[in-house]
Write a new protein. Structure first.
Length: 64
């Protein structure tokens, strides 16, 4: 749960920066948000969750 919340906050910050910088207009941003919302309720959502969880575990296992 903490990882997904962190990803949501990070992606929201990136989107705000892109909108304010002029790289992303408001219309396509709304489309991207709606796409993510509907993708989360689709049948492919569990597979995406597993991939993101495995990437998070891999990154957290890296020691410097």
């Amino acid at each position: 749960m903490a990882i997904s919340l962190s990803v949501v906050v990070l992606l929201a910050i990136v989107m705000v920066v892109l909108i304010r910088g002029g790289s992303l207009k408001a219309g396509p941003a709304v489309v991207a948000i709606l796409f993510g919302f509907f993708l989360a309720s689709s049948g492919v959502a569990p597979a995406i969750r597993r991939v993101l969880d495995s990437i998070a575990q891999t990154v957290s296992g890296i020691s410097f």
